[in-house]
Design a protein around this ligand. Structure first.
Ligand SMILES: [Zn+2]
Length: 318
């Protein structure tokens, strides 16, 4: 059988090599938009998240095929429906995509307008923008609501819905290897993207992850970390909840709360100058979200019937 070896090509792209975490388990932290991973089993490959930028997605595919030329792609797990995790699905076909059922709902609703927004977000990088001319959305073929397990070739891969970051966020737990892909629940030295968040769920998810007994965590963005990394992002979320509640109880409205607190939140993590405007608007989306959550909590405390909690109107991003 002709084996496809693409090591030379990997060197040429300059995108950086995969990193082995355990026998047959790899990640790559050199791509923009997410840290994808894959798990080898005797029956085929299970992937976690797909790079957003087409050339990077193709590079990743080639790296996986170079490592295991004869293994079919079994599944692509998307830890949420955001562009950085799920938009690259098309480059791994004919794999079966699996994600929480809410991810299916969100991705089935991605319009031409959404694709245009993705392209526009790269308007200062025309070379990347041009790569995104043919975005094909591949929503999950298989969905789950609470838990699912993939049992292939002697491996056990648990999919666990946790919510928090989005209503679709799931983590991928390897109980034998004690490795957990935590999606966008854990952020290290970065501001978490909270525009579609639910902070009480998020805090519960951090606790769940902390109690797994994991040896290492792979955040959706950035390098491997230890379970202790869950504390700092938890403190950030608790602080934001507290400060938003202070403002709410002082009678401040949503806009006053956002502009009043963005500076305090910015100080939590380093922000490169060229990303300041973007991060500021991201923090404001999070504050907006948390304001509504606190408002609902306070209204419930006061016995006011809640007007419901919509959770689909924020820009999809991270
Ligand atoms: Zn996300």
């Amino acid at each position: 059988m002709a084996r496809r070896r693409s090591a030379v090509r990997i060197g040429m792209t300059g995108l950086g090599e995969r990193e082995a975490l355990a026998p047959g388990i790899f990640i790559n932290t050199n791509y923009r938009g997410c840290t994808p991973g894959f798990i080898y089993t005797d029956e085929g490959i299970i992937m976690v998240d797909a790079p957003l930028i087409p050339k990077q997605a193709m590079d990743w595919r080639e790296q996986i095929e170079a490592e295991y030329p004869d293994s079919p792609f079994l599944y692509m797990i998307n830890t949420d429906h955001h562009r950085g995790h799920a938009l690259g699905n098309q480059y791994f076909m004919p794999v079966k995509v699996i994600a929480h059922e809410r991810a299916h709902k969100e991705m089935s609703g991605y319009t031409e307008n959404f694709k245009e927004r993705v392209r526009n977000s790269f308007k200062r990088e025309p070379e990347i923008q041009a790569q995104l001319n043919n975005i094909v959305i591949i929503p999950p073929h298989l969905t789950f609501t609470n838990r699912a397990a993939l049992l292939y070739g002697g491996r056990r891969v648990d999919l666990m819905y946790v919510g928090g970051h989005t209503p679709a966020t799931s983590i991928v737990w390897l109980p034998e290897e004690k490795i957990c892909f935590v999606g966008d629940i854990v952020w290290v030295d970065q501001h978490p993207y909270m525009a579609q968040g639910n902070t009480l769920e998020w805090l519960r998810a951090l606790e769940l992850i902390r109690n797994l007994g994991a040896k290492m965590l792979i955040p959706g963005h950035g390098p491997v970390c230890e379970p202790d990394a869950t504390y700092r992002v938890g403190e950030y979320i608790e602080f934001m909840r507290k400060r938003v509640r202070d403002y709410y109880l002082e009678g401040k409205n949503k806009n006053e709360t956002k502009s009043g607190l963005v500076g305090e939140m910015l100080e939590w993590f380093p922000v490169p100058p060229e990303r300041k405007a973007k991060i500021e608007s991201q923090i404001k989306s999070g504050l907006n979200r948390v304001f509504r959550e606190i408002q609902r909590e306070e209204e419930e405390k006061a016995g006011i019937v809640s007007h419901g909690f919509d959770d689909g109107d924020e820009e999809d991003d991270s």
